[in-house]
Design a protein around this ligand. Structure first.
Ligand code: COA
Length: 414
């Protein structure tokens, strides 16, 4: 088979790709840095031709008019598993809506509900065997390729070629268009004093030979700075970040003592800077896999001494973690918070850590509260919480009664 000829026969323009969208379609794009920026930044141009188009996304990184412009209401709706800046800003225009789901179930549950008409992924140029690499995310992208009526790939020659379950063959794809754009980057933030204190507390909980999951947000990335004295850590995470590359370069992460996927980094997506993207490019030790695998609590639990580290917004005295909303206002999503917290506690010697600053809004409000705010969404239930760490120290909550964990106050009854 001459794959180059096949590629040519499927090559269309970006405009042609966008014009495949029809009213009432369900279309889906890749996650985070794997989102089809060419497609999304031009989608609004067909506004007058379409109505009621659902755009399935997760952790949008760009600022797209199909959602941020109030005039798009009725034409497009961004149905997303995870709010980021775009969704927060657009919420008031009713052009965005959350799909609540644990990440490991996200694709399965949505696909059971509705099949996509179109999936638009991003991929590296095709190799001589007819394969593209899905590059920066296979969180749900593979499942969507297998289920969409029309599969379109946005080919960006800047994308790193990654391994794991990222390979897609030209025969699985209906159309390709070429769109060279700079990679989406998420710069790491330098840790502040509170991050360093929290990092040191967390470091005390992590034993040599542990396998780590590091969640989204400033604190988990900062925690990596406190781990330089550890040995033989492993990585099994949904999000691959710059901090993990630093730990590898310092010789802290070796993946050698992992009990499954030995000698491999396991992740479902990467989001960071050029340093990270250069590291994962053509790196056989990094395997990207669907969140249905990376975030399955049963799979996570097969790792020995698995430690999950995630952030919350508000935690009440009974241990309910509100990590995705500020009262009624949706702020982010559950992502893999509960998946990884439960998974790590399934593990022999495992620990789940929820971390947050004890105050917010320039120290004007406490984040550790007797009651969660009215309207707040509980991302991790009190039945699943294990350790909570702030700059004031470590609270081990699992297994303890409310009285034993000194969570009793005038508001609690038990
Ligand atoms: N009440 C009101 N506002 C609060 C608050 C509270 N209790 N706690 C935090 N905030 C505000 C902060 O002040 C900040 O707003 P500001 O930037 O205006 O000061 C904002 O909420 C959070 O800051 P941000 O920089 O966006 O946080 P982050 O990037 O460190 O992310 C989470 C923190 C909790 C939003 C993020 O970790 C998350 O979405 N977690 C849930 C999902 C998850 O853990 N998935 C697991 C694997 S990826």
């Amino acid at each position: 088979m001459n794959y180059k000829e096949l590629y040519k026969s499927k090559l269309i323009s970006l405009d042609e790709a966008i014009n495949k969208v029809k009213s009432n379609y369900e279309i889906a794009v890749g996650l985070g840095a794997a989102e089809a920026t060419g497609f999304l930044s031009n989608l609004h141009k067909i506004k007058s031709k379409v109505e009621n188009v659902s755009v399935i996304t997760c952790l949008n990184m760009g600022n797209y008019e199909f959602c941020s412009n109030p005039e798009m209401n009725g034409h497009f709706i961004n149905e997303t598993w995870f709010y980021s800046g775009l969704a927060r800003k657009s919420h008031k225009f009713e052009t965005v809506s959350l799909i609540p789901s644990h990440l490991h179930f996200a694709a399965k549950k949505r696909l059971n509900y509705k099949k996509p008409n179109i999936f638009v992924g991003t991929a590296t140029p095709m190799d001589k065997h007819g394969y593209f690499s899905l590059s920066l995310s296979v969180t749900y992208e593979r499942e969507y390729i297998e289920n969409a009526d029309i599969v379109i790939l946005e080919i960006n020659e800047n994308l790193p070629r990654t391994y794991g379950d990222t390979a897609v063959h030209i025969s699985e794809v209906d159309f390709v268009y070429e769109y060279k754009s700079p990679l989406i980057e998420l710069p790491s933030i330098e840790p502040n004093e509170k991050d360093i204190t929290i990092g040191n507390y967390i470091s005390e909980l992590i034993e040599d030979g542990s396998t780590l999951q590091l969640g989204i947000g400033a604190i988990p990335n900062a925690v990596t700075k406190a781990l330089s004295n550890k040995k033989d850590l492993g990585i099994h995470t949904e999000m691959f970040t710059d901090g993990i590359v630093d730990l590898y370069n310092e010789g802290v992460v070796t993946n050698r003592r992992k009990s499954i996927n030995k000698n491999k980094f396991i992740a479902s997506f990467a989001l960071g800077t050029k340093k990270l993207y250069d590291f994962i490019d053509n790196n056989l030790s990094v395997e990207f896999k669907s969140a249905a695998y990376t975030n399955d609590p049963y799979i996570i639990g097969q790792n020995y001494k698995m430690v999950s580290i995630n952030t919350s917004i508000q935690v009440d005295l009974t241990g309910q973690c509100c990590s995705e909303s500020i009262g009624f206002t949706q702020y982010s999503g559950t992502g893999g918070q509960a998946d990884t917290a439960i998974g790590s506690q399934n593990s022999n010697g495992g620990k789940s850590i929820i971390t947050l600053y004890s105050t917010a809004k320039q120290d004007t409000i406490s984040t550790i509260v007797p009651f969660i705010n009215l309207g707040a969404a509980v991302s991790l239930s009190r039945n699943d919480v294990d350790y909570v760490v702030t700059e004031y120290g470590v609270a081990k909550l699992s297994g303890r009664s409310i009285r034993e964990s000194k969570r009793v106050n005038k508001y609690s009854s038990s």
